[in-house]
Design a protein around this ligand. Structure first.
Ligand code: IPE
Ligand code: IPE
Ligand code: MG
Length: 245
């Protein structure tokens, strides 16, 4: 199996990483942002077509105001600093999630980076920002219901393919590989629809300790797996050998 077309990462464990070292949680977020920068560059160099980083969940708005506000300003600062590097690496920046909840200066910065990288044709980098999988699904349901109400489609037209096309993330293929750091085995409302057949890889280290080497290890583990999509192992082996002919 070759490289995944879409890698999605749940960057978890910043707070615990900092607290274990006697620092405030915020210190972990700052280090985490630097690690994200390195992983983005590494994925672009590997030729990964799509990378999605779970940056801030719908539920993360429930955190203490101080933490939320530092996370937001960190995001804006780093995007401002790194936009030129994204362009240099031909990386196109996107977001999925409810941006209407972002503070205005952060929203403006996000919009600028989206716009300034819109001509880039290399890797698609998506920040899932103020994002929740259930919210994305509910939004798609609303969109389809509106189309039915306006007579544009019939309820029977709604199938998996049309539903996928109605999601905000419809420009992305489903993630082949979802990596989560910090040893937690859950999706935390990330890509609920899209993860149906994603390979899941959990790294025990916290996000600030995640490195390019660890990403490479995840890729090695991914390539060793057999993705069966409901079929038998024998069927997969037969189709692989006929592909070689
Ligand atoms: C991930 O690290 C960053 C965000 C969710 C914004 P956490 O902040 O969740 O760190 P832990 O999991 O509490 O250690
Ligand atoms: C998931 O991490 C969200 C992001 C990494 C942005 P959380 O730390 O919010 O997840 P839970 O609360 O431990 O499930
Ligand atoms: Mg966490």
């Amino acid at each position: 199996m070759g490289n995944p077309k879409h890698i999605a990462i749940i960057m978890d464990g910043n707070g615990r990483w900092a607290q274990a070292r006697g620092h405030h949680r915020i210190f972990g977020h700052v280090r985490g942002a630097t690690v994200a920068r390195g992983i983005i560059e590494h994925c672009a160099q590997l030729g990964i077509e799509n990378l999605t980083l779970f940056t801030f969940s719908t539920e993360n708005w429930r955190r203490p105001d101080e933490e939320v506000s530092v996370l937001m300003s960190l995001l804006a600062r780093r995007l401002k600093r790194e936009t030129a590097t994204l362009i240099k690496n031909n990386i196109r920046f996107h977001t999925i999630g409810d941006l209407s909840r972002l503070p205005k200066p952060v929203l403006e910065r996000v919009g600028k980076t989206i716009q300034e990288t819109s001509h880039c044709t290399g890797m698609n980098l998506t920040f899932a920002l103020s994002y929740g999988g259930r919210q994305e699904i509910a939004q798609a349901a609303q969109l389809l219901a509106q189309k039915v109400a306006q007579g544009e489609i019939d309820p029977h037209d709604i199938d998996e393919s049309l539903f996928s096309k109605s999601l905000e993330s419809s420009y992305l293929p489903d993630p082949d590989l979802i990596i989560r750091t910090s040893g937690e085995n859950r999706l935390s409302n990330f890509f609920l629809w899209q993860a149906a057949y994603s390979e899941f890889y959990v790294a025990d280290c916290c996000w600030p300790d995640f490195s390019s080497d660890q990403l490479d290890q995840a890729l090695v583990a991914y390539r060793r797996r057999q993705r069966r999509f409901g079929k038998t192992s024998a069927q997969i082996l037969t189709s692989q050998s006929s592909d070689l002919l």
